[in-house]
Write a protein that binds this ligand. Structure first.
Ligand code: 48F
Length: 260
């Protein structure tokens, strides 16, 4: 085979095998933001078969841009152990005891690298356009290429089956929205629906992001800003400890559910 063909065959074959191997996973995670990447790493480390489906070309979600494109973020003491697990550098902020600054590009790339190295797979440029809903349970995802979605092409999707789905789609909580609007499920929330994110209150939002990370319907979990939107928590801006701790909590709850 000539080299051009060898390279193309290697890419197509390798990707084909990766996708085939992940058409049936333990946990299908939607979105590759910070909370999802942390969850993926700790799940994979426990031997849970985990794949992330991320709409954009680059996973990392809202991490890259820091605060208003100044590429630094802040993390509080409570989440430093997670940064250390990922070997991400942090330094204390003078005059703000308990808070640390870090480079947002190192954080995004470190979280992605850590999730992959632990054994999770990431499918980027893939949009989740629907859920699989069978026998009153969320059983997987309906996926398509993001360019197909963006161009509005009339192309049927493929499906990924999973024991659990984790909604890590950030502010819009897209997957839980689909479940509520299309499958007409009642969530485990005070109203049975999505309460809607409140404006900014940093410390309240940080705490509630972790509290609100849980299972909202059999087989359907939410983490990060998605969880906060579902339960009507406050937003918190470029402080990321809550996102990291939310991901770790999601991994623990899901692993327990799966008996791992
Ligand atoms: O929003 P995002 O970064 O998720 P997060 O883990 O973190 C929130 C913080 O970045 C920040 C914050 C910190 O204080 O408030 O906002 O909650 O990442 C969500 C990812 O999900 C992808 C989206 O492209 C982004 O990278 N995503 C959203 N909907 C879909 C999706 C979908 N339907 N299919 C695939 N990916």
């Amino acid at each position: 085979m000539v080299i051009e063909n060898t390279i193309s065959a290697a890419i197509v074959g390798s990707f084909g095998n990766k996708l085939l191997d992940n058409l049936n996973v333990d946990v299908a995670i939607v979105g590759g933001g910070p909370s999802a990447l942390v969850a993926a790493r700790y799940l994979a480390e426990k031997g849970v078969k985990t794949a992330i489906f991320e709409r954009k070309l680059a996973p990392g979600g809202g991490t890259w841009g820091g605060g208003m494109l100044f590429n630094e973020v802040v993390v509080q003491d409570d989440a430093l152990d997670i940064l250390d697990d990922f070997s991400i550098t942090h330094r204390p902020i003078d005059g703000a005891k308990g808070y640390h600054c870090l480079d947002s590009v190192e954080m995004a790339s470190g979280l992605i690298f850590g999730a992959l190295k632990a054994g999770s797979k990431i499918f980027n440029s893939v949009s989740v356009e629907d859920i699989v809903f069978k026998e009153n349970k969320v059983g997987g995802l309906v996926i398509n290429w993001t360019p197909v979605e963006r161009l509005g092409m009339h192309v049927d999707p493929l499906t990924v089956l999973s024991k659990c789905v984790l909604d890590g789609t950030g502010h819009p909580c897209e997957i839980v929205n689909m479940a509520v609007n299309k499958a007409h499920i009642k969530l485990d929330t005070p109203s049975g629906g999505i309460l809607g994110e409140k404006p900014m209150w940093v410390d309240s939002g940080e705490a509630s992001t972790v509290e609100n990370t849980r299972e909202y319907f059999p087989g359907l979990f939410a983490c990060g800003m998605s969880a906060n939107n579902i339960m009507g928590g406050y937003r918190m801006g470029p402080i990321f400890g809550g996102m990291l701790m939310s991901g770790k909590k999601a991994a623990k709850l899901i692993a327990e559910k799966l008996g791992k």
